[in-house]
Design a protein around this ligand. Structure first.
Ligand SMILES: [Zn+2]
Length: 128
């Protein structure tokens, strides 16, 4: 069973990479390579920290106090609901709210990483 450190590091690492790729894609027309580099690294770092925090959030909401600690916040319903919410969030035209979307995507990604890690354990995740 992944512990808090593993959840944090995995979510932060994936958040860093995805945040960096996303920042590069959004800023790819920037003429200054230095500005592009700084933006990509800064956004990747922030995304990594946010995803890392969200990566430990399910175990803060439902602490691992026993073998059946996984309830709603660790469930497949939560996983699918979160994925659906992120899909809707990323289809909406949110011009002017990009930082808001960036934060929610980073947090959502970290949370999803945690649930996917827990789903691969022998206990798995409950449906609800
Ligand atoms: Zn967990």
């Amino acid at each position: 069973m992944p512990n808090r450190k593993i959840h944090y590091r995995t979510a932060a690492g994936i958040g860093f990479v995805v945040g960096g790729i996303s920042a590069y894609y959004r800023n790819r027309n920037e003429k200054s390579k230095l500005k592009l580099f700084v933006r990509v690294v800064a956004e990747a770092a922030v995304a990594g920290v946010l995803a890392g925090f969200a990566g430990i959030l399910p175990d803060i909401l439902e602490p691992a106090t026993g073998p059946y600690h996984r309830k709603f916040f660790h469930s497949y319903v939560a996983l699918v609901g979160l994925m659906g919410s992120l899909a809707i969030l990323n289809q909406k035209d949110l011009k002017g709210y990009e930082p808001f979307r960036f934060v929610l995507n980073s947090l959502g990604l970290g949370y999803l990483v945690h649930l996917v890690q827990d789903s691969m354990t022998p206990k798995g995740l409950p449906v609800i």
